[in-house]
Design a protein around this ligand. Sequence first.
Ligand code: UT7
Length: 329
Amino acid sequence: MSQIRAAITGVQGYVPDYILTNAELEKMVDTTDEWITTRTGIKERRILKGEGLGTSYLGAQAVKGLLEKTNTAPQDIDLLICATTTPDFVFPGTANLICNMVGIKDIGSFDVQAACSGFLYALTVGTQFIETGKYRKIIVVGADKMSAIVDYQDRTTCVLFGDGAGAVLLEPTTNGLGVLDTIIRSDGAGQPHLHQKAGGSRYPPTHDTVDKRWHYAYQDGPAVFKFAVVNMANVSAEIMQRNHLTGDDVAWLVPHQANKRIILATANRMNIGMDKVMLNIHKYGNTTAATIPLCLWDYESQLKKGDNLVLAAFGGGFTWGAAYLKWAY
Ligand code: UT7
């Protein structure tokens, strides 16, 4: 029997209704639609409004839709992994909350924290459980309510981020399709350039940390840009090389959506045209762990069984990585 691989057998996204446009941001901070569009490619992003709704709400909507769409009963799921940087609580895990909200009971569920590379990391973890034969149905969710940690007085970050969630179902296959290779990397020396300083154990919340605005996401944009451009392009080239893929072999690049310019540089390095690059940054902005599954959801109808996909991401940590898979349906 040929090797067991983990195949994505369904994908579902969820974005909240409220649309925060560049025009509205122009009224909030000193920025322009022209600056945001040319520097990032973003036109609008979705924001979750409503008292007491956290990332679990976004994730649960995506998972509910996924279960319905794939005709899967909650009790058939063996494991749920949620990648997020904006958990509802420090504890318990957002994956635990999502399971409870959708009626999945008595299984293992846990969060993965790898910032914008979170979905790739969680997919990599889920893949191992399928490949060993231990589990047969795993849900991997990428969900972030970035608006909870964005400082809407900081024009360098508030124009970038949005809220959303995407979920995939992983199941075993022996027909040569599915996830064929993954690479995950990290470098904690990147912490000063991209982080949320307070609220964790190093700087627990105090009046002082609130006054200093340390509970918001901080990013040194140009420093992160340099690392992101190099590492996302390198890791994509590496996964192509070690799987003997040329640009012609790749049907789709599925890149993390942080900046259109970073995506362009990655596509150039892979020697593929922009017609083969999934892009939705213009409508959702950077939804952190949700960008890649939201792309798969948006482009699902264009995907064909056997298509070679390269997923690539870069984010806080620093973390980065890539995955090579053959689309399974
Ligand atoms: O997803 C996680 C990983 N994150 C990333 O990959 C993001 C990587 N970084 C980036 O995408 C880009 O660095 C940004 C989009 C964040 C910024 O673009 P940039 O081309 O690197 O701009 P910059 O930060 O160098 O700023 C250029 C100028 C500055 O003004 P001066 O110093 O030239 O007068 C900024 O103050 O643009 C100014 N600026 C703005 N102007 C209007 C910064 N933000 C804004 C803004 N509107 N929103």
